[in-house]
Design a protein around this ligand. Structure first.
Ligand code: PGA
Length: 534
């Protein structure tokens, strides 16, 4: 199937009109199969305009319409005969006797359908069949079902089609319950098929069509059996987007990525302090708000903590063996993937950040704790769910006590706390230094910002603190390098905001000689990476 994606429905209509015009110019006595509905209205207007200007001549063209309500008088303003007269037939120079719309008043509908098929055959078959697509995947009035009639037939409309078409009537109850329609076999016998789709409400149908499957429950997918089909649709019908959710102790960040992995929307809300239900309600509520406006296909969630068999346990969040995929997935009716937040950040940096173009990368997030994410062989490596927990391999036997219960974990020497300790030590050694003064002014706290400010001012004590901290960090990096031999290390998290001062110092101390880079996506990495989970 050839797929042409247009910016909007206007452009879709222009391209469709051009394709129909070309057909008529190349074969002036061709047979066109035509649809009704909202989608082709602008295309018909453009064809009428072209005909008025003398650019295209319909005098030799024969037309067959896809369907008609039953029972329905051709004079009724809701009939498809009426629609075609209004939108095309009366506005182009097609001969009345060459236009064929099934008779919604036929006493014997079966005979009407058989005669219609015969006429198409006699006219040499349909050269170009133009189609719309129903939200439920119907083509003409071929509704989803276990078996589909191949030929023109009388059919019963589904409730969803009657609901969708009620916009043209006063109410659903006025929409006829039955219709006459070309069969899927009739459509598939056409030499060429052009299918049009516009607007977000057609997105699911378009995606199913493009999946390549053939399923009678989605009649449009049967077009995949034809060798000459062109789909012209607009971006709203075509593009699919994913939500990424990064659950943090302070904020929940959400973003939406499009097909090109560009962030098209982002927002953040405060993490509610209460129960698991409160937190999930907030996340699902935000996602549902986004889903009202956009074509969301999937949701990814990044969370701190341990993930075992898909169950999340996080100390700082109300999650204990929580099945986030199921709980969020059931509420949204979408597939949900969950991963560790540092793994998400690694995936984001690999896809569109500092590790782009590298197949093997280790991300270290240096903040209150130390997290890690692994990209191995071009893919996120999660082990059994929690791989990359770099903060908790032991760097110094019998070293500092860690919250995890062990001693000497890497986290104890590479977290923001470790940097603050190094800074305070240097400040004590040189009470007159810029660093010491800034720490004093800050009530004795040695935050990353202060250390950066002092380092940027060239303060030797600040640079010495960064150097001391970097020695430990480099030790851990060398250990990981020996084990994984990645192409690149990426440093993220609060400490990485020290920038070049940190990177240069780490590079000086590592023995592995591998590239060390600062993460590029900053605070967005978790949510972006979550949206990239597959
Ligand atoms: P629409 O209908 O063009 O009005 O969306 C298409 C269809 O239901 O086949």
């Amino acid at each position: 199937m050839r797929t042409v994606v247009c910016k909007n429905s206007r452009e879709m209509s222009e391209k469709a009109a051009k394709m129909i015009e070309s057909q008529v110019i190349l074969a002036p006595s061709c047979v066109l199969g035509l649809p009704t509905g909202e989608t082709p209205v602008e295309t018909y207007r453009l064809l009428s305009e072209a005909c008025e200007k003398g650019e295209v001549d319909f005098s030799g063209v024969k037309t067959y319409n896809l369907d008609e309500y039953y029972p329905m008088s051709p004079e009724n303003a809701h009939s498809y005969r009426y629609f075609m007269e209004q939108n095309l037939f009366s506005r182009v120079n097609v001969k009345k006797e060459n236009t064929h719309v099934l008779n919604g008043e036929a006493e014997d509908p079966d005979a009407e359908c058989a005669a219609f098929e015969e006429m198409i055959e006699k006219d040499g078959g349909i050269d170009l069949q133009v189609l719309g697509i129903g939200e439920n995947g119907h083509i003409g009035f071929n509704e989803p079902g276990a078996s589909l009639y191949a030929r023109t037939h009388l059919t019963t409309l589904t409730q969803s089609t009657r609901n969708a078409n009620s916009r043209f009537f006063g109410s659903v109850s006025e929409v006829p319950e039955r219709a006459l329609t070309m069969g899927i076999g009739t459509v598939l016998k056409s030499k060429k098929i052009l299918i049009l789709a516009s607007g977000a409400k057609k997105h699911k149908a378009v995606r199913r069509l493009l999946s390549g499957e053939v399923d009678t429950d989605y009649p449009a997918t049967l077009l995949n059996l034809h060798s000459d089909v062109t789909l012209i649709c607009d971006e709203a019908a075509f593009s699919s987007e994913r939500i990424g959710v990064d659950i943090g102790g302070t904020n929940v960040k959400l973003c939406v990525l499009n097909d090109a992995n560009e962030t098209v929307f982002k927002t953040a809300v405060k993490t509610p302090g209460g129960s698991r239900e409160d937190l999930l309600k907030l996340i699902c509520g935000k996602c549902l708000e986004i889903m009202k406006e956009r074509n969301i296909d999937a949701v990814g969630v990044g969370t701190p903590g341990i993930i075992e068999n898909g169950l999340v346990t996080a100390v700082n969040l109300p999650f204990y063996k929580t099945d986030l995929c199921k709980e969020i997935g059931d509420a949204l009716g979408l597939p949900v993937r969950v991963s560790n937040d540092a793994s998400c950040a690694a995936l984001a940096e690999k896809t569109c950040g500092a590790a782009k173009g590298f197949d093997n990368a280790v991300l270290l997030s240096l903040g209150t704790g130390v997290g890690g994410g692994l990209i191995l062989g071009g893919r996120l490596y999660e082990g059994r769910g929690s791989a990359g927990e770099a903060g908790h391999f032991v760097l110094r036997a019998g070293g500092r006590k860690c919250a995890c219960g062990k001693r000497g974990c890497f986290e104890q020497y590479a977290s923001a706390g470790a940097l603050a300790r190094a800074a305070k030590k240097e400040a004590q050694k040189a009470p007159q230094s810029v660093l010491a003064r800034l720490i004093l002014e800050n009530g004795g706290k040695a935050g990353g910002e202060i250390i950066k400010k002092a380092a940027d001012a060239g303060c030797p004590s600040a640079l010495a603190a960064i150097d001391a901290y970097s020695r430990s960090l480099a030790l851990g990096i060398d250990g990981l390098a020996a084990l994984l031999d990645p192409d690149v290390f990426v440093l993220s998290g609060g400490v990485s905001l020290l920038g070049d001062a940190l990177i240069n110092s780490v590079k000086k101390h590592i023995k592995c000689g591998l590239p060390v880079k600062r993460a590029l996506l900053g605070n967005d990495a978790g949510a972006v990476g979550a949206a990239l989970l597959q």
